[in-house]
Design a protein. Structure first.
Length: 162
């Protein structure tokens, strides 16, 4: 896919776990072959904002807890420890890398408190989802970068769903 000028391939920032990096909270990964292929083509940059924010892997799972409208997202882990500072630092650093790379689009892991776009868990660690964006997804959108999830990728690439 080319950019709006038609001259240059679109560049993507992608969730590192979708690239096969063992970056998830439980040390696991969620490799998606189409994401790996974009990296091999040199048009995608893998980033894990939670690692960029200084969190270890593995780490206790985190969720965004509901807060007042307009306030920065507050993130706590399952043990009740506030990890907001790490999440916001990682989001800023991830946006910095995305902009350096020239990314105009993102493909991020659905549901994550960092990378989720459109739906996230509700902050009760009960598995219930609510409308909302993860901290990194929100920061990318604020920077003008379009955010997709891995579920959107076949349509983005003009492929049939796998
Ligand atoms: Fe994947 Fe994003 Fe979670 Fe890192 S923060 S493991 S890139 S979903």
């Amino acid at each position: 896919m080319n950019d709006s000028s038609g001259q240059r391939p679109v560049r993507y920032v992608v969730s590192a776990c979708l690239a096969g990096v063992h970056s998830r909270y439980n040390g696991d990964r969620k490799a998606v072959e189409a994401v790996v292929a974009l990296i091999r083509q040199g048009v995608a940059l893998p980033v894990c904002p939670e690692q960029l924010g200084g969190l270890p892997t593995p780490r206790p799972p985190c969720e965004i807890v509901p807060g007042a409208p307009g306030c920065p997202a507050r993130v706590v882990n399952r043990l009740g420890v506030d990890q907001s500072a790490e999440f916001h630092l990682g989001a800023r650093e991830g946006v910095r890398l995305a902009e350096l790379f020239g990314a105009t689009r993102a493909v991020l892991k659905a549901g994550s408190p960092s990378c989720g776009s459109g739906q996230i868990y509700d902050g009760t660690f009960s598995g219930r989802r609510v409308p909302g964006d993860g901290v990194f997804a929100a920061a990318l959108k604020a920077a003008g970068i379009d955010v997709l999830t891995e579920d959107d990728l076949p349509r983005e690439l003009g492929e049939s769903p796998q």
